[in-house]
Design a protein around this ligand. Structure first.
Ligand code: ADP
Ligand code: ADP
Ligand code: ZN
Ligand code: ZN
Length: 834
């Protein structure tokens, strides 16, 4: 290695890194490998990228520094030869709902310029500027919906779901519950409305007034009186109980939605709102003038809603002969630029997206590849790109294109530091840095740094074994289905009237290229089963307020019918990669429920008994046993003038989270804080005699999470770790059978060695009489499935159909399936039994 051309890292100790030193070559493609939790991210992001960021922030003013979300200063002795770095991380959750594929890629800007310069203007319409074609600017937005394209509103049907009921029988479901609702009813009585006839028998005029009036009359209310008594009292001008103010139902719903600070109230009224297309722009979000300008006969909103590959074709075939020379030259230049950029996206398997697809609806993999393609057009050079598993969500058939894209970035004179698990990609890297050997405390060392082929000689490297070990073997004894879920006319996103049969009692996989419709099928299945069985989402945090549901209309809708087989499923559980909690207060021990057992054990210790400490005393979430200074968080935030606030260990409990008295209670020599500090594996030994604690710990260990600490805050866990914790929690339930587990891409973030552990657990679920359905690309998973449903053949409107359905062996012989071809190419066959 040329010593002048390396990033020299000395003494890195971030998270689990064991004071490691390594030279990482620049200007080439470096892959970081190792099992989940070994320390790859701690090295690539936590150390290298964080240090590059820190240096960048040092060069800007303290004021600017405060405004930027700054990363912590990494724990490392020195780093030499470090160029500026750009991170393309897997983004989860929060992204701006107004940002779209078009804005992230900057393609929308180019298209707006094209419309401004070369669009066909109707007679009398003055020239519009690019901003006039953007729904996100005041100049361009539809004035009625402010560029949202939809308005939230109520309907009679939503406010009064059952019109056979009378008002007294709570026909108006949207009214507030309890006293407030009764009050509104009594006001209607005073106003002379009949609250005892079924709603549908009231005259339309009366119904409309009750629902839609903006008037707020103030009238005497006689609490506890019957309608007849009220009429008499009014006539006699009796002293009322109080004066009540009426509010129309729609007004109540909208004002509560906008004004309330209570999440519960907001969630309640959200049920009665639905999104309706804006009547002025018909959902196109732009002002009327902008929509009158056309290119190739279409307005800009229409062109923003065709797949990118199709948009590119239309643009390159467009007729420009009617334009003046000057405008034609401008148009040609813009079109060339657009077509070239779309080509890059297309190669990365994203040609099925359209410009107005909003960023939050993209999968993390799609989002990362989109940002990667955008970087490729930016012509930066001399920077380090740090990427997190760019192959996530990508079908193996598209790996070649990803490698080409990485080569383009590199050939511009950049360095690529890439965390990866995909064995094909690891083999093709210029340089491999393998971190391990285990995870957490048992990892954090550099096992190997050099050309990929020599990692095979490294003892203790899981990567070396899997990279050169025999390929995955296609299962030759698939289990037969015990029943079938027959879905008919499934429609959602790119699935249209699809008929599909899903096997029960087995391990089944839905495969297909990225964008083929795998997730859409899983979501539709859950929706269709919903009416029949309890739907559970393993992500819901115990004891925490649920997130607000999306307003109906913003989420894609499924339709279709569950034709047969529903009676064989009593429960459906979807296990996703969403965090198990958003605060450091939830952790592994609380989520899995094992902490309840541990606290009971502590309450039974002599010290606890002497002080009458109950199990609640050992919770850091309620006052009593926790440290009063940090309220059980273990750290406090320190506000610094002109600097970002930092977290530092609590000065009172020093991170223990509990008060002195609580820490006096000891179980076999350890206090509660020390027990929370144990790793799963250490805890297995410590609790060897307590079967109720053993069970969840064993499962966590079996699924490859033995390195996590019991008290590890949810905020430190990766999506893959969260998903496996949910799976382990599910596995520890008393086996009930007849549950359908639906899991979207469980292998993201997992090393081949982790995948083998995961497979064991998925099979355990099937053994216990359940069904497992996963959406996957990974060959190891496909090869071991009992049944594969391959969607495709392409993505978006080129996908959404069933290309093949059968056992993996059948699929491997199917030359019309990309998945089958890949499976045949990369798997061994069990030749003895064949
Ligand atoms: P990998 O990228 O190889 O999966 P990580 O670098 O994310 O591994 O994690 C290595 C170890 O550091 C794990 O034990 C993990 O739990 C721990 N860790 C990760 N993030 C944090 C954090 N923010 N604070 C403390 N520990 C962390
Ligand atoms: P896969 O899971 O196979 O990658 P998806 O089911 O995510 O495929 O996507 C199938 C098609 O549906 C794609 O064309 C995608 O752009 C579209 N799609 C997916 N989610 C949404 C959404 N929330 N809104 C609009 N279109 C979507
Ligand atoms: Zn509008
Ligand atoms: Zn404290």
């Amino acid at each position: 290695m040329n010593q002048a051309n390396v990033v020299k890292i000395r003494g890195a100790r971030e998270h689990n890194l064991k004071n490691v030193s390594v030279d990482v070559p620049r200007d080439c493609f470096v892959a970081f490998s190792g099992i989940s939790g070994s320390g790859k991210s701690s090295l690539a992001f936590g150390t290298i990228y964080a240090e590059a960021q820190r240096r960048y922030f040092e060069s800007v003013s303290p004021y600017a520094r405060r405004l930027i979300d700054q990363l912590a200063v990494p724990d490392v002795d020195s780093i030499e030869g470090l160029p500026p770095a750009i991170a393309l991380q897997q983004q989860r959750g929060a992204s701006n709902p107004r940002s779209t594929v078009g804005s992230v890629s900057t393609l929308s800007h180019l298209l707006r310029m094209l419309f401004s310069r070369a669009g066909d203007y109707p007679r009398g319409l003055a020239l519009l500027y690019a901003e006039d074609f953007s729904p996100n600017t005041p100049q361009g937005a539809c004035p009625n919906c402010h560029g949202l394209g939809q308005l939230y509103d109520v309907s009679e049907q939503s406010m009064v779901p059952n019109d056979r009921l009378s008002i007294r029988e709570r026909a108006i479901a949207a009214w507030p519950p309890a006293w407030h609702g009764q009050n509104l009813r009594d006001i209607l009585v005073s106003l002379g409305y009949d609250v005892d006839v079924p709603w549908h028998r009231l005259p339309k005029k009366q119904r409309d007034w009750i629902l839609y009036t903006e008037e707020q009359p103030r009238v005497p209310v006689y609490a506890g009186y019957s309608p007849a008594e009220t009429r008499r009292a009014l006539k006699r001008k009796e002293e009322p109980s109080y004066l009540g103010t009426f509010t129309g139902v729609r007004k109540y719903v909208l004002e509560t939605y906008r004004g309330t600070h209570s999440a519960v109230m907001k969630k309640r009224v959200t049920r009665f709102l639905s999104a309706m297309p804006c009547p002025v722009c018909h959902g196109k979000r732009l002002k009327p003038e902008a929509l009158r300008v056309r290119f190739g006969g279409e307005d800009i909103a229409a062109l923003s809603h065709v797949p990118l590959s199709e948009l590119s074709r239309r643009l390159s075939e467009s007729n420009l002969t009617h334009l003046s020379d000057e405008r034609r030259v401008a148009a040609e230049r813009l079109i060339r630029n657009l077509v070239q950029r779309i080509g890059t996206l297309d190669k990365l398997g994203l040609g099925y997206l359209f410009l107005d697809r909003t960023a939050p609806t993209l999968s993390p993999g799609e989002s990362q590849r989109l940002r990667m393609a955008t970087q490729m057009s930016s012509n930066l050079f001399g920077v380090v790109y740090v990427l997190d598993e760019p192959s996530a969500g990508l079908h193996p058939a598209d790996t070649e294109a990803l490698l080409e894209a990485l080569q383009v970035l590199r050939s511009h004179g950049n360095s690529l530091f890439v965390i990866e698990h995909d064995l094909d990609i690891l083999r093709r890297a210029d340089w491999l840095i393998d971190v391990g050997p285990g995870a957490g405390e048992e990892g954090g060392e550099i096992l190997y740094s050099g050309p990929p082929q020599n990692v095979r000689k490294v003892a203790g490297s899981a990567t070396g074994q899997y990279l050169f070990k025999k390929p995955p073997i296609i299962a030759d004894d698939p289990r037969p289905a015990t029943g079938w879920l027959k879905l008919r006319k499934v429609t959602r996103n790119n699935l249209s009237a699809l008929d599909v049969d899903i096997p029960l009692g087995v391990f089944a996989v839905v495969s297909g290229v990225s964008g083929a419709g795998k997730s859409s099928l899983l979501h539709a299945l859950i929706d269709l089963l919903h009416d029949r069985v309890a739907r559970e989402r393993a992500a819901t945090e115990a004891g925490q307020a649920e997130e607000l549901p999306p307003l109906s209309g913003t989420a894609p809708q499924s339709s279709g019918e569950l034709h047969a087989g529903g009676e064989n499923v009593t429960r459906v559980v979807s296990i996703d990669q969403r965090p198990i909690g958003r605060t450091p207060r939830s952790n592994l021990a609380t989520y899995t429920g094992l902490f309840d057992e541990v606290r009971r054990l502590f309450a039974a210790t002599p010290v606890a008994k002497a002080h009458r400490f109950g199990a609640g005393r050992f919770s850091f979430n309620v006052s009593g046993g926790r440290c009063p200074r940090c309220e059980g968080e273990g750290f406090v935030s320190v506000e610094l003038l002109f600097m970002p606030s930092v977290y530092s260990p609590c000065p009172v409990c020093h991170g223990a989270r509990y008060n002195e008295a609580t820490l006096q209670a000891k179980l076999r020599g350890k206090n509660i804080a020390e027990v929370l500090g144990l790793s799963v594996r250490q805890a297995l030994e410590f609790f060897a005699a307590e079967p109720s604690v053993q069970r969840p710990l064993k499962l966590l260990n079996a699924i490859g999470l033995g390195y996590l600490r019991l008290g590890q805050p949810a905020t430190e866990l990766s999506g893959g770790e969260a998903q496996r914790i949910k799976l382990a929690t599910e596995l520890q339930r008393v086996p009930r059978g007849a549950t359908l587990y639906v899991i979207d891409e469980p292998t993201i973030g997992l090393h081949a060695a982790d995948i083998d552990l995961l497979l064991l657990q998925l099979n355990a679920l099937v053994h216990a009489g359940n069904s497992v359905l996963v959406a996957e690309h990974d060959t190891r998973i496909l090869a071991q499935a009992d049944w594969v449903i391959d969607l495709g053949p392409g993505a978006g409107n080129l996908g959404g159909r069933i290309v093949a359905a059968g056992t993996p062996a059948m699929l491997a012989e199917n030359a019309s399936s990309k998945t089958g071809i890949h499976l045949a190419k990369s798997c061994g066959r069990d030749t003895q039994s064949a």
